[in-house]
Each structure stands twice: as structure tokens, then as C-alpha cells.
Design a binder for this molecule. Structure first.
Ligand SMILES: CC(C)(COP(=O)(O)OP(=O)(O)OC[C@H]1O[C@@H](n2cnc3c(N)ncnc32)[C@H](O)[C@@H]1OP(=O)(O)O)[C@@H](O)C(=O)NCCC(=O)NCCS
Length: 299
């Protein structure tokens, strides 16, 4: 396959084509291939590197690298009607953005695969990338039947941003993507159509924010059901181990159910044994296994 050209900015027509590809793939795969972070970069004209293979009236394959914590995060997909283990389309677009990152000065790259396949594992190996993180999607039905034993209140836009950022960044200090959030990182999410201040449950203790649980509702994909996500949960390190993680998860689940959604899901790092154990004891089970492959590219 000839080298795929890479662009730094994507025009509106191509953004629409990527959205259509994501929708089409989601209907087949049961998940959207672009995470919020990459989608927001694309939709808001942020800095990125994009490789697209056009077809007659739709995109055949697409890969995007977006800046993340001093490195780059990559996601890619091939249109479901063009997927064959040996067609080289996935390799072509992923290789193209890797080459572009090298051209931009190199650095750490992380390619996220969803429901990792043997094809992706062998491609990662060929590209010199090694497995460095596993992300589990866990699910459960609602209601839980378990009571919420702590008081929570809704998020107040314009008043709670800094406190939420402080708790988030302290709780996720070791985390590449979820840590180090800026006001802009938060506000970009607050501006999205799905944002609901009642979907963020906050718990205060000793006159300060101690923990929060941010939920996000996803519309039903074709043939599927609406699902409520535990989008971010964080307990300030000063208040961890006191039962707040469990209680705030229950408060988040209750708020999902109160909005009429009876399926819940979340993503958790496979290595975060404290959180995985907590969710299993709350009745969640593993539904999908995503894997990040990475390396440090020389310039
Ligand atoms: C994960 C997190 C939310 C848990 O909150 P917490 O208030 O510390 O947890 P809780 O006190 O409610 O404990 C919940 C359960 O986890 C267990 N647990 C808590 N910390 C643990 C640890 N470090 N190792 C092992 N188990 C642990 C508790 O024993 C408890 O078990 P139980 O279900 O049998 O009662 C919190 O540690 C946190 O904010 N971590 C950083 C951010 C993060 O990882 N968020 C989750 C991303 S998906």
C-alpha cells in the first residue's frame, strides 16, 4: 500500500466523514473508536496528526495522533466492510501517523486498541510497539439494591471547577491521561451536549471537596441500550480508604438510574487492583479488554 498522507488539521468535510466512520464502526463493534480526548481535538480543530484513506463515498481507514502529557496518543480503525486480517489498511494508517510523530521530533507514543485482536497484537509487534497498559470495561445492571450512605450534591458550573480539578489531579497524580488536567481540559467537557451538572456527584468533608463521581449517559447505539458510564471517580488522597470510593460509585449509579438508564459501565486500568476489586464487589463484571501499545520514537 502506498504511504498515506498525514495532515495537521482536518477540514469540516473530513471531520464529518470521520464521525460517519465512527458511527458505522460503532454499530458493528458496539463501541466508538475515538475516545473523548481525540474526538474533542478533531471536532474543535485542535493540534493533531491524521491519516485518512478515502473511499468512493466514505473513509476506508483513519488514524489520529493527539498530543497527550508530553507524548502522543493514537487511535485507528478500518471501515467494517474493508476489514481483512491481511489488507494492510490498519498498518498503513498507523505507520503513517508514527512516521509523522517521528517527523515532529518523536517522543512517547501510545496506540490504544479496543477489544484487542490478534491482528493488532501482531501489527504492534511489527511496528516495534510493546504492550504497556490494559484497560478493562466493566458492566452491571441497575438498580444495585445497595443504599447510598453519604450526602452528595450536584456540580455548580462557575463555582466548583477548581475544587474538582484539585481533587482530580491529586487522585490521578500518577496517571498520564487523567492527571494534570487544566481548567480548559474540564471546560471542553462541560461544553459538550451530554454534560449534566446533576450527573457529577460531589461529597464534601471538613469544609472541602473530598471526592466526586462524574457520570456520562450514552445514547443507545443501533440495536443496543442506553448506558450510563462512571466517567471519572476520584477520592482525594487525604480521604482514601474511608469507604468514599464505594459510596461515591453508588451515588453515581443512583444518579444514572434516576435518569432512566438501567445499564452501567466504566473503564478501569487493569493494574488498578484496588479499583477493579472495588467494582467487582459492587457487582461489576469484565466486558471488554482494551490494550495500549507504546514506545519512545526517536526524532
Ligand atoms: C479507587 C478509589 C476511587 C477508591 O476510593 P477509596 O475511598 O480509597 O476506597 P474505599 O475506601 O471506598 O474502598 C473500597 C474498597 O476497596 C478496597 N481498597 C481501597 N484501597 C485499596 C488499596 N489501596 N488496595 C486494596 N484494596 C483497597 C477497600 O478495602 C474496599 O473494599 P471493600 O469493597 O471490601 O469494602 C480511590 O483510591 C482513588 O480515587 N484512586 C485514584 C483515582 C482512581 O484510581 N480512580 C478509579 C479509576 S477507575
Amino acid at each position: 500500500m502506498p504511504a498515506v498522507p498525514v495532515v495537521r488539521h482536518v477540514d469540516d468535510a473530513t471531520v464529518a466523514q470521520v464521525a460517519a466512520l465512527a458511527d458505522h464502526a460503532a454499530a458493528v463493534d458496539g463501541y466508538r473508536f475515538l475516545s473523548d480526548h481525540l474526538w474533542l481535538d478533531l471536532a474543535s480543530g485542535g493540534e493533531l496528526l491524521a491519516a485518512a484513506v478515502p473511499g468512493s463515498d466514505h473513509l476506508v481507514a483513519y488514524a489520529q495522533a493527539s498530543p497527550a502529557s508530553g507524548g502522543w496518543t493514537i487511535e485507528a480503525t478500518v471501515h467494517p466492510e474493508h476489514r481483512r486480517a491481511d489488507d494492510g489498511l490498519l498498518a498503513g494508517v498507523v505507520q503513517a501517523v508514527l512516521d509523522a510523530v517521528r517527523h515532529e521530533g518523536g517522543g512517547r507514543v501510545t496506540w490504544w486498541t479496543h477489544d484487542v485482536s490478534t491482528n493488532e497484537i501482531s501489527l504492534a509487534e511489527k511496528l516495534g510497539l510493546t504492550a504497556d497498559r490494559d484497560l478493562l470495561q466493566m458492566r452491571r445492571q441497575l438498580p444495585t439494591g445497595l443504599p447510598v450512605m453519604v450526602d452528595t450534591r450536584s456540580f455548580r458550573p462557575g463555582a466548583d471547577e477548581q475544587a474538582l480539578l484539585d481533587v482530580n489531579n491529586r487522585a490521578f497524580a500518577q496517571h498520564h491521561e487523567q492527571g494534570g488536567w487544566l481548567l480548559d481540559t474540564l471546560q471542553r467537557r462541560v461544553r459538550q451536549a451530554w454534560f449534566d451538572p446533576d450527573g457529577i456527584r460531589l461529597h464534601e468533608r471538613d469544609g472541602r471537596l473530598a471526592a466526586f463521581c462524574w457520570t456520562k449517559l450514552h445514547d443507545a447505539a443501533t440495536g443496543g441500550v442506553a448506558v450510563g458510564e462512571i466517567y471519572v471517580i476520584a477520592v482525594d488522597p487525604d480521604f482514601q480508604g474511608l469507604g468514599l470510593g464505594k459510596q461515591l460509585t453508588l451515588a453515581g449509579l443512583e444518579s444514572i438510574e434516576q435518569r432512566g438508564v438501567t445499564a452501567a459501565m466504566l473503564y478501569v486500568d487493569g493494574a488498578n487492583t484496588a479499583a477493579v476489586g472495588m467494582y467487582e464487589r459492587l457487582g461489576f463484571s469484565r466486558a471488554r479488554h482494551d490494550r495500549a501499545f507504546g514506545t519512545i520514537l526517536p526524532p
